[in-house]
Design a protein around this ligand. Structure first.
Ligand code: NA7
Length: 537
């Protein structure tokens, strides 16, 4: 590989035009870097570009779920407390206008190879149609759901109707009136789809393998009214996100579940429930995710609330079983809006895939071990090869040509959930071993983005060209990640947090469970310590 001409050279190539990528583009340009942003989509928005299925919306509240730049929020008003996918794309378009992003962005550009050139300390990156980039830094902002997962059922190609993964929703909106529709999967996507599609399809069947222990969203419409809070309060809110476990503005109650009397506990649960959002999950008693009794207490409250909303006792037992199916909050909880009521509709059926698994897809529909179901549309809301899948599909090779797939074949290794020993000048955000997915997206996009910009500025100031996580620092970080995870109940539950949703994937804690405050301190400590935990040349 030859060194590059001045024209080709980039200080950084940013991959992914969601919250993380656009933030880094803005910050790095402000600091005088030559930067290019690429995305395989044809517009900004990241996950919101792709997820356009009916009912798609974020389940984090605004104004937490937006950038902290006053130049944006002073002029932006949201329509809803939990904005829908289109409104989020509108927000990205607004951000593009304000931050002038497009002139340094290339769309329809999937990165298929990235090779580190050790002699010149440069990344040689290949995009679709063979386009080449040469950059000092490779900054990966591909999000935790960039690689779709469709189970390997035989017969998918034989199905005569329409088979859809929701993150590829057809541009021409399907007319489902009078149609038989299936949704497979009850993650956040399946729940949102079920709420919508059950209202138009003539027959709607939901295939559930594991119940989603969904919480009431409590949507609020701001149209014609005030925003969630006066704008004068925004700076404090953004400043305080670093003190909240999930990067919002709430925290666990600093008491254990059974410190309170049953009456007081019930009152507390009711308060959390009334608030909606993730409060019953991440603003509850501090031991809920750590001790079984506390966890069961929360489940029992949840169960009583939900069971009374479902009329059919058989369905009630599938949706909210008497015996707790898994740790409450140990799988990603979804926020629902009338989800449990759809099962009282005559056009809705629920199939328990645990007792009658899907065997194959047929010409006419779906065959389980019990029977064949006929459909016009099958929506496969079976999720993603989450957290690591997006990074591993880019053909990344570090020092001595080592593929990232090889480095992580027995488990993920990172430092700070952002860098990998053996892969110099490469950073990613929203990846494994970071608070990813348990952190409000824009919060982590800004904190991790600031770290990257800080690291690049440090290197520039010292006139250095190569920064690489030290192997010992990486080792200790991995131990820290496991220490936090195994002190909680999460590893006992199968979920994409543990990588268990993908056959053959290593079972390991993919998410840093120390919370945003600890994570933020680690980033700050590293920067303040002149990045001594990294080799620098
Ligand atoms: P998720 O949360 O991974 O949900 C996928 C769902 O698909 C989940 O209910 C799975 O059941 C189900 N699934 C997966 N494979 C199968 C098979 N083979 N048979 C039946 N059911 C299956 O993805 P989402 O798209 O809903 O959400 C992704 C994230 O986006 C979400 O967590 C938010 O952060 C936003 P399982 O639970 O594994 O038994």
């Amino acid at each position: 590989m030859s060194p590059t001409s001045e024209n080709d050279y980039l200080d950084a190539l940013i991959v992914g035009a969601g919250f993380g990528g656009v933030y880094q583009l803005k910050k790095l340009r402000e600091d005088g870097y030559k930067v290019r942003l690429v995305d395989s989509a044809s517009d900004f928005g990241g996950v919101w570009y792709w997820n356009r299925y009916p009912g798609a919306r974020v389940d984090s509240t605004v104004p937490h779920y937006e950038f902290s730049d006053p130049g944006l929020w002073k002029d932006w008003s949201w329509k809803q407390r939990f904005p829908g996918s289109q409104e989020l794309r509108d927000y990205f378009s607004f951000v593009d206008d304000k931050w002038d992003l497009r002139r340094d962005t290339e769309f329809n550009m999937f990165i298929s190879q990235a090779v580190f050139d050790e002699q010149n300390n440069l990344w040689h990156v290949t995009g679709s149609s063979g386009k080449k980039f040469v950059a000092r830094y490779l900054l990966l902002n591909t999000g935790f759901s960039a690689k779709r997962h469709i189970p390997g059922w035989k017969g998918i190609d034989k199905f005569k109707g329409t088979f859809i993964h929701p993150s590829y929703w057809p541009k021409q909106e399907p007319d489902l009136r009078g149609k038989k529709v299936a949704v497979i999967g009850t993650g956040s996507t399946g729940v949102q789809l079920a709420q919508e599609l059950s209202q138009t399809a003539s027959e709607f069947v939901l295939f559930q393998r594991t119940p989603n222990l969904a919480l009431p969203m409590k949507q609020v419409d701001f149209r014609g009214k005030e925003q969630a809070m006066p704008r004068e309060e925004y700076p404090d809110l953004f400043e305080n996100r670093r003190n909240s476990f999930g990067g919002f503005s709430f925290n666990f109650i600093p008491r254990s579940t059974f410190e309170d009397s049953p009456e007081k506990r019930n009152e507390t649960y009711e308060e959390l429930w009334k608030h909606g959002d993730f409060h019953f999950w991440l603003a509850t008693y501090q031991d809920m995710l750590f001790t079984k009794d506390a966890n069961k207490e929360a489940y029992d409250f949840w169960k009583a609330k939900v069971r009374r909303r479902v009329q059919d006792p058989r369905l009630r037992e599938i949706l909210a079983p008497e015996t707790q199916p898994h740790g409450f909050g140990c799988k990603r909880i979804s926020l629902e809006n009338g989800y449990y009521e759809i099962f009282n509709q005559p056009n809705v059926s629920l199939v328990d895939v645990k007792s009658t698994p899907v065997v194959e897809v047929t010409e006419r529909g779906i065959k389980t071990t019990e029977k064949e179901w006929e459909f016009d549309y099958v929506v496969c809301a079976t999720g993603f090869d989450a957290v690591t899948g997006g990074l591993l599909q880019m053909g990344i090779q570090g020092k001595a040509g080592q593929p990232l797939t090889d480095k992580w074949k027995d488990g993920t290794k990172t430092y700070l959930g952002m860098a990998v020993s053996g892969f110099p000048n490469m950073f990613f955000i929203y990846g494994p071993q970071a608070p990813t997915a348990l952190c409000n997206g824009p919060t982590c996009a800004e904190y991790q983005g600031n770290f990257i910009v800080g690291a690049m500025n440090h290197m520039k100031k010292l006139g250095l060209q190569r920064i690489e996580a030290r192997a010992d620092a990486e080792h200790l970080w991995g131990e820290d990640v496991r220490k936090f995870a195994y002190s909680s109940l999460l590893p006992e539950t199968d979920s994409w947090y543990m990588g268990t949703n993908i056959p053959g994937k290593v079972r390991e804690p993919l998410i840093y469970l120390g919370g945003v405050p600890n994570y933020y301190s680690s980033l700050e400590k590293s920067l303040k310590g002149s990045l001594a935990d990294f080799h620098q040349e």
